[in-house]
Design a protein around this ligand. Structure first.
Ligand code: GLU
Ligand code: ZN
Length: 295
């Protein structure tokens, strides 16, 4: 049987170095693509300059290269895509699907992060306002390759969400959906911290007439001390000297077999074997790494 066309991607935010948790996500996404001879794209999600860490972008690229996680084509940076985002915000606003919100942070306190709809029918001008997307009173559901069925009621559990901030910056939800569609991404493999963002992205895809990619959310790594390796965790860059042992450890975290013979191998050799043996169905829904993972 001919391999189906597969386009995967890794989309790090340059707010810090890659850490073990992001290595696991990058590796899973790379293997899932390469196991079927698919393409694997790299996109830098630099939509929020204040949260960026100087040097992070280059450090991420260097780590991926040194770990053998080669990407296809040019690196796309979201900071270069503002025109595309602006065009869609404009369209959604003009169609009445999105509206301007002038609520202060204080006015939104006490609603548990769910927008109470103050500005829904106010017809504020776009200037000096955030732009929110009106969500339908509907449940969005999808079947995740690891996490199984996931559903969320957009009205009750999320509320109208921001697609462009008051300071003009574009929201992750908007940028990610537009870019995945623009780049033809068929498969999204990423951390489970983004699982509950997915229904918002499904809604945007539906509104904009995009097809829905397949999803595989990798469980977050829980350290033996109970600490979750998430985005906010500032950690040192992945040690280049430790590429092989850390790749093997990441493979074990993903439930894959690792041959002890590979301990002396190069990262490229480890990846060549792992790609042949990739079994995504072995990924557990929860992942506790018994070994210390920070260097
Ligand atoms: N930029 C996001 C992050 O670093 C990932 C986005 C995605 O994979 O959808 O958490
Ligand atoms: Zn408002």
């Amino acid at each position: 049987m001919k391999d189906a066309p597969y386009i995967g991607r890794f989309a790090p935010t340059p707010s810090g170095f890659l850490h073990f948790g992001s290595l696991v996500a990058a590796l899973a996404s790379w293997l899932d693509a390469r196991a079927v001879n698919g393409r694997w794209l790299l996109r830098i999600e630099d939509t929020d300059p204040p949260r960026e860490m100087p040097g992070a972008r280059d450090a991420i690229l260097t780590s991926l290269e040194r770990y053998g996680l080669e990407w296809d084509g040019e690196v796309v940076c979201q900071s270069q895509r503002h025109d595309a985002y602006a065009e869609v915000v404009e369209r959604l606003f003009n169609m009445g699907l999105a509206y301007a919100c002038t609520c202060s942070r204080k006015q939104l306190e006490g609603y548990g992060g769910i927008y109470p709809g103050h500005c829904r029918n106010r017809l504020h001008a776009r200037e000096d306002a955030a732009i929110r997307l009106r969500v339908p009173e509907l449940t969005y559901r999808f079947s995740d390759r690891v996490q199984g069925e996931f559903q969320q009621h957009l009205g009750r559990e999320v509320g109208d969400f921001v697609i462009q901030r008051r300071d003009g910056l574009y929201a992750y939800q908007l940028a990610v959906v537009l870019d995945d569609a623009w780049q033809g991404v068929t498969d999204i493999v990423r951390g489970a911290d983004l699982l509950d963002n997915t229904p918002r992205q499904l809604y945007l895809q539906e509104l904009l007439g995009f097809s829905q990619p397949r999803y595989l959310h990798i469980p977050l790594i829980v350290q033996p001390d109970g600490h979750k390796l998430g985005k906010s965790y500032r950690s040192p860059p992945l040690d280049i000297q430790q590429a092989t042992p850390l790749l093997l450890r990441a493979l074990r975290a993903l439930g894959q077999d690792t041959d002890p013979m590979l301990e002396g191998a190069t990262p490229a050799e480890v990846l060549a074997v792992a790609r042949q043996q990739w079994k995504p169905e072995r990924i557990a829904q929860q992942m506790t790494v018994p070994e210390a993972t920070l260097q």
